[in-house]
Design a protein around this ligand. Structure first.
Ligand code: NAP
Ligand code: G4F
Length: 405
């Protein structure tokens, strides 16, 4: 991948140019795919890291010498000069501000950094656009969040529901939400908030609860782990699929007037239920017993036919099958989910459920995936990934344990 390549191609003014911050993240990668498929020239901002960290976008990269339309720029939302320089050079038609310290639990540990990136970072983009005199040319999408509703005061939550954030992340995003509206009203900028409820996928970061669960389930199946340790299982979230949600982001910027929209499914799912669905996908039925930090999830039945069909879909080699089935059978009556106090948050968002009526009526946006589809997609992908790890292990390679928390 070529970095800081400021070349843009002269398309006779017919091709739109988008700048995506947070391009290496879950949403950034799906949005890049979507915009490239619509003929955009796409520029992404990537933080310098000691590792490549481009796995989510490597597949869409084509060498610009061979007509590629995807360019990467080193940048960081905490560095205003750098943000301004990139916007000045790229001169995008649309900016999608997806970059953020996006982990709610981490925001309690790094509140100042979270505010710097999530709140001030948004201001830096808006102010750069204004100072560069691009306010009439550039449309801006701000990645706002259902975490703004926090300790929700009404159900379901819509564009008119008052906010009550419950974390440094939520509070930082509240500033970003209002500064986006302020620049729209003060300077007539086409700046919009997408208030998105949780959206997941096989590209979700491994420390968010859904991915932690699907990864954990598949690792237990291959004997790579014994148990998943989690925090508050009572929380409920309105889970959608990231692929549906990036379509909504795009539609928000294609409207005649700038506005703010909730994107949600209107269905909420308890974390406990998500866990049960994930184990179901591989033929294990889990029952919960006990309370508080003593609660645990136990495997009470095993359906070999389900597991066999899953193993088939990941092209499991015949010589590995019996071993994996034995590991799965051995899970019967075993505790596979435990509670660890450290995953509880100092203040929690108990339940979120969104009302996407405005997005449906004005954008024509409808989510296409159910929670079951999402679980299935994530389980298949994690089965593939962890099967690879299992094969390497059976061949005698030493696998390093991830120390991610
Ligand atoms: P994600 O996977 O965590 O991606 C976040 C992106 O931001 C990554 O590319 C990350 O880069 C980048 N980033 C972090 N700090 C940065 C900084 N200082 N400067 C530049 N880039 C930085 O998040 P996501 O799930 O795709 O979410 C995208 C956006 O939507 C975020 O703003 C998030 O807060 C918001 N949101 C997400 C959801 C959801 O359910 N997914 C719901 C509502 C709102 P690295 O790869 O280098 O870490
Ligand atoms: O997966 P989570 O960390 O996502 P959370 O906090 O809802 O935030 C995500 O969605 C927001 C939209 O509402 C985004 F703005 C934000 O950027 C992020 O994408 O946790 C979901 C729930 C929480 O209630 C948490 O307490 O799951 C609960 N949970 C229980 N055990 C856990 C765990 N969460 C994590 N990450 N890890 C656990 O072990």
């Amino acid at each position: 991948i070529v970095f800081n390549d400021y070349r843009t191609v002269d398309h006779g003014g017919t091709m739109k140019r988008a700048l995506i911050t947070g391009v290496t993240g879950q949403d950034g990668s799906y949005l890049t795919e979507l915009l490239l498929s619509k003929g955009y020239e796409v520029h992404g901002i990537k933080r310098r890291s000691s590792l490549f960290n481009t796995e989510r976008i490597d597949h869409v990269y084509n060498d610009p010498h061979e007509g590629g339309r995807f360019f990467l720029h080193y940048g960081d939302l905490t560095d205003s000069l750098n943000v301004t320089e990139i916007i000045q050079k790229v001169k995008p038609d649309e900016i999608y501000n997806l970059a953020a310290q996006s982990h709610v639990a981490v925001s309690f540990v790094q509140p100042e950094y979270t505010a710097n990136v999530d709140a001030m970072g948004t201001l830096r983009i808006l102010e750069s656009v204004r100072l560069l005199g691009l306010q009439d040319k550039v449309k801006i999408y701000q990645a706002s969040t259902s975490e703004l509703f926090g300790k929700a005061v009404e159900f379901p939550q819509s564009e008119n529901t008052p906010f009550y954030p419950r974390s440094p992340y939520g509070v930082a995003k509240l500033f970003a939400y209002w500064i986006t509206i302020n620049y729209r009203e003060a300077y007539g900028m086409f700046a919009c908030n997408g208030i998105l409820f949780n959206h997941e996928s096989s590209r979700r970061g491994e420390t968010f609860v859904t991915r932690k669960i699907t990864r954990g389930v598949t690792r237990i199946l291959f004997g790579l782990d014994k148990k998943i340790y989690l925090g508050n299982l009572n929380a409920k979230r309105d889970f959608g699929h990231a692929q549906d949600y990036v379509k909504g982001m795009y539609l928000i910027l294609q409207q005649p007037r700038p506005d703010d929209y909730v994107l949600a499914t209107g269905i909420t799912t308890e974390i406990r239920e998500f866990i049960a669905l994930a184990f179901d996908e591989v033929g294990l039925t889990v029952k919960f017993q006990g309370e508080g930090i003593k609660e645990c999830g136990i495997v009470i039945s095993y359906h070999e036919d389900v597991l066999l069909s899953r193993l088939q879909s990941v092209h499991c080699a015949p010589e590995h099958k019996e071993n994996i089935l034995q590991t799965a059978r051995a899970c019967l009556n075993k505790v596979v989910v435990g509670i660890d106090q450290r995953y509880f948050r100092p203040s929690e968002v108990d339940i979120l459920i969104g009302d996407p009526t405005k997005a449906r009526e004005k954008l024509g946006w409808e989510p296409q995936h159910t929670v079951k589809d999402i679980v299935s997609d994530m389980i298949i992908s994690d089965l593939e990934k962890n099967y690879r790890e299992y094969v390497l292990k059976t061949r005698g390679f030493t696998m390093s344990r991830s120390c991610g928390i």
